[in-house]
Design a binder for this molecule. Sequence first.
Ligand code: MG
Length: 263
Amino acid sequence: MMRIQLSRLLTSAALLAVAASALAQTTTPAPKPEDTEIWEPVPKVVTATPNFTPPPSDAIILFDGKNEDEWVSNKDKSPAQWVVANNVLTVSKSQGNIETKRSFKNYQLHLEWKVPASITGSGQARGNSGVFLASTGSGDAGYELQVLDSYNNKTYVNGMAGSMYKQAIPLANPGRKPGEWQSYDVMWTAPTFNEDGSVKTPAYVTVLFNGVLVENHFELKGETLYIGKPFYKKYDAAPIKLQAHGDKSEPMSFRNIWVRELN
Ligand code: MG
C-alpha cells in the first residue's frame, strides 16, 4: 500500500516538474543577440574628410608607425604581435585583441583606421574591429566604440561605425569608402564607483567620426554586451583595447594613435 502511494507521488512530482519546465520555456525564452539590435531610423549620410591630427605636445603616443612597444596581448600580456609595416598597424586575428600597457581614467583619444579596399562580407562581418575605451577584462570585456565598414553596408544601427556597440546609435553616418583612412576623436569620462561597487557617476562619451559629431556626451548604461542588457562592473583605471574580430573578412589597419590624460 505504502509503496503504491509513494510511486504515485513520485509520478505526480515528475509530471509537475515536466510541466513547470515546459511553462518556463514558453514564458522566458533564452536571450538572443537580436534582442538588443535596433535597425531604424537609419542615421543620415554625411560626406566628411578624416582628420590626420598630429599629436599635441602633451600626448602619450600609443602608435606612431614604428613599433607596438605600448601594446600587449589582452590574453596573456605578452608583447603585441600585430603587423607593423609602412607606418601602419594591422590586426593579427591569430593573436586576438591587444591593449595598452598603460591604464587610463579620463582622456582624449585620437586614432585613424582603415577598412581594406578589397573587403568582402556584409553586415557585422565586414571590417569589424573596435576600440574598447576601457578594457575591463579578457576578450571583449569593456566599453566598445564600434569600428566597421559603414559605407553602404546595412546592419543594425546600434552596431554601425561610430556606435557605442548596442547602446548609442551614431547621430550621423560620415563613413568613408573602404580603402580610405578614417578618424576617431574620443572624449571619455570614465565611470566612478562607490566602495560597495555601486555606480557613483556613469561613463560619458563624445565621439567625432571623420570630424563629425556622432556621440554627444552620451551617458552609458554599463559595459558593452553582445547578448543582454548592459550593466556596470567596478573598475578603477583600465587599458585601451583594439579588437581582432572573429569574422572572416580581411583585417583592419590603424595608425596615428595618441591619448591625452584628463585626470
Ligand atoms: Mg567590433
